[in-house]
Design a protein around this ligand. Structure first.
Ligand code: DAS
Length: 355
């Protein structure tokens, strides 16, 4: 009797081990690249939902704080930076992009998550969307409240990001952003509110939702991205300087001149309405274009529209570009990437239509 129960026990143990190894073997491998931000933030008190220090908690602690991650993927973390994202520079973008590109080439990496501050999250997500040639999921995630606050949103945002990055049906959809149960396109999404958890919205709507570890898709990206991009981070070692000037009543031409004098290869005019240009500014933009500086008309109104070429401004005549539906900060990212490849106006405008 004793021998039989021992045999039965051994058979059970071996079967269990086999199943767990199989499950582990089937689990997607996801790498979390941590860069800082509120998702790594810490406040003095649970009532501090908006007063806190960003970029304090290391990636290993973020992972240890969500043991349920092990149910959706085999996860490991790398601390790439530990900064608030308003301090990102072009060099940070290049370093991060090159690390992502190297990881997605590895056979033992199925998806990448980037934890990031929310202030420039939309810029990084768009940049990666343009330059990392892969169909593997790349998911950028942040949080609006630090993990020390009541109803903190970071844990579930990060759990959702890893779950999406581990999903086969998230492949080929470009860089994604998971915040507040939504899956947004890294191209379209922007931070529209500065202190609410539903801060991230796409003017054209979310791609889908992630609920309890399952993705629900409702639309697909319409513009070129990632594997279908003509840009490749591995061929970009420096991003040309592109600056932004905000348009408003009474605006002088000072900032345009200063940026051009400091070496800007293009200036994004964040215009009122349809990227409108004050009649006091048109002459300096014509002068700067004549000196080789590209002028890109965008709008600081972006809730679902786009700047029309040759509407109130004769863009063909002035050889100016329009940013299509991109907000000024995303127009800067695309202009910098595009200028690393071409300075031809027609080519640049094509790129703004296609990306
Ligand atoms: N300062 C903000 C940033 O790092 C904090 C945040 O919202 O993540 O972008």
């Amino acid at each position: 009797m004793m021998k039989q129960s021992l045999r039965h026990w051994l058979a059970t143990v071996i079967a269990t081990l086999t199943v767990s190894v199989c499950v582990a073997a089937d689990q997607a491998n996801v790498v979390i690249l941590a860069t800082g931000g509120t998702i790594a933030g810490a406040g003095a008190d649970a009532t501090n939902s908006a007063t806190y220090q960003a970029a304090k908690v290391p990636v290993d602690k973020l992972i240890a704080g969500i043991p349920q991650l092990a149910n959706v993927a085999a996860v490991r973390g790398e601390q790439v930076f530990q900064i608030a994202s308003e301090s990102f520079t072009n060099d940070h973008l290049l370093t991060l992009g090159k690390r992502v590109a190297a990881l997605v080439k590895q056979k033992d990496v199925d998806g990448v998550v980037i934890t990031h501050g929310t202030d420039t999250l939309e810029e990084t997500a768009y940049f990666l969307n343009l330059v990392v040639r892969t169909t593997k999921p790349i998911v950028v995630v942040g949080s609006m409240r630090p993990g020390t606050a009541m109803s903190a949103d970071g844990m579930l945002n990060l759990f959702n990001a890893v779950s999406v990055a581990a999903s086969l049906d998230a492949r080929g959809k470009g860089v994604l952003v998971t915040m507040n149960d939504e899956i947004n396109s890294g191209r379209d999404v922007a931070k529209m509110v500065n202190i609410k958890t539903d801060a991230f919205r796409s003017p054209w709507g979310a791609l889908g939702m992630i609920v309890e570890g399952r993705n629900y898709w409702f639309r697909l990206p319409a513009k070129r991205h990632t594997a279908n991009s003509e840009f490749d981070i591995e061929q970009i070692d420096r991003l040309p300087t592109v600056d932004i000037v905000y348009g408003y009543g009474n605006v002088p031409d000072t900032a345009y001149r200063a940026f051009a004098a400091a070496g800007a290869q293009a200036i994004v005019h964040a215009g009122t309405g349809n990227g409108s240009v004050s009649n006091t500014v048109v002459p300096v933009l014509q002068e700067l274009r004549g000196k080789g500086v590209h002028i890109i008309r965008s709008s600081h109104v972006n809730a679902g529209g786009f700047v029309l070429r040759n509407a109130e401004q004769p863009d063909d005549k002035y050889d100016w570009l329009v940013a299509h539906d991109l907000n000024p900060q995303k127009a800067r990212i695309l202009a910098a990437v595009a200028l690393s490849k071409t300075r031809d106006s027609k080519e640049l405008q094509r790129i703004f239509w296609e990306y």
